[in-house]
Write a protein that binds this ligand. Structure first.
Ligand code: FAD
Ligand code: ZN
Length: 181
């Protein structure tokens, strides 16, 4: 059966590097026969504030506010998790997630400041795993603003390449060891 892919995209500028990563993902996954839906949060003017009309989940940690608002408003109790149905028992079992993001800091800087995996703990484990979603290796493009045009093209090509064999990937072992060992 055709795979359904939902890309939740949080960048204001279509001409940005993230915009290019998005375009590649849509093209490649569509070519593979996946049905691809893009939630372009800024273009949709997505309302990130959860109001009294929403069923309220817990409080997540850090990502662009608009994306966090999406998590807050979409991954609600009764749909994504329930009080006794969390982590491997979460309600979104059978789904896969992948966090693709870019940084301002270089890979070396992150090695000094602390492993970037610490930042992924709340997103991958605290949100996705909590809801029963398995997690693929994150895709991180370090400092696209500060590298050469050639290096940027290389990073985009690597993303395109990865997507070709995406469905063969095994999820990570989303346990504390992966993040903090
Ligand atoms: P852009 O600046 O849009 O792109 C970089 C370059 O790529 C541009 O010159 C663009 O023209 C070019 N480009 C686009 N498409 C292509 C293409 N197809 N081929 C070749 N080149 C192309 N960083 C951290 O590391 N840690 C933080 O905690 C952090 N906090 C931040 C907080 C805020 C509020 C903000 C605004 C930024 C923060 N940053 C942080 C930096 C941020 O992560 C980077 O600015 C961002 O990741 C860069 O991605 P971009 O898509 O905006 O790049
Ligand atoms: Zn986990």
């Amino acid at each position: 059966p055709e795979k359904k892919v939902l890309i939740v995209y949080a960048h204001q500028e279509p001409k940005s590097f993230n915009g290019s990563l998005l375009k590649i993902a849509v093209e490649e996954l569509t070519k593979q026969g996946c049905s691809v839906t893009v939630s372009d949060l800024y273009a949709m003017q997505f309302e990130p504030r959860a109001t009294r009309n929403d069923i309220f989940p817990l409080f997540w940690f850090n990502m662009p506010a608009i994306l966090k608002g999406w998590m807050d408003r979409v991954l609600v109790q009764g749909f994504a998790y329930d009080l006794s149905k969390v982590y491997d028992g979460g309600l979104l079992q059978g789904k896969l997630s992948l966090f693709s993001f870019t940084t301002g800091g270089s890979k070396e800087k992150y090695a000094i400041r602390g492993d970037i995996r610490y930042l992924l703990w709340p997103m991958q484990h605290g949100i996705m795993h909590f809801c029963g979603v398995k997690v693929l290796e994150p895709h991180i493009c370090y400092a696209p603003e500060n590298v050469s045009e050639e290096k940027r093209k290389e990073m985009l090509a690597a993303w395109s390449q990865r997507l070709k064999t995406l469905w063969k990937e095994e999820p990570i072992d989303c346990s504390p060891e992966w993040y903090f060992k």
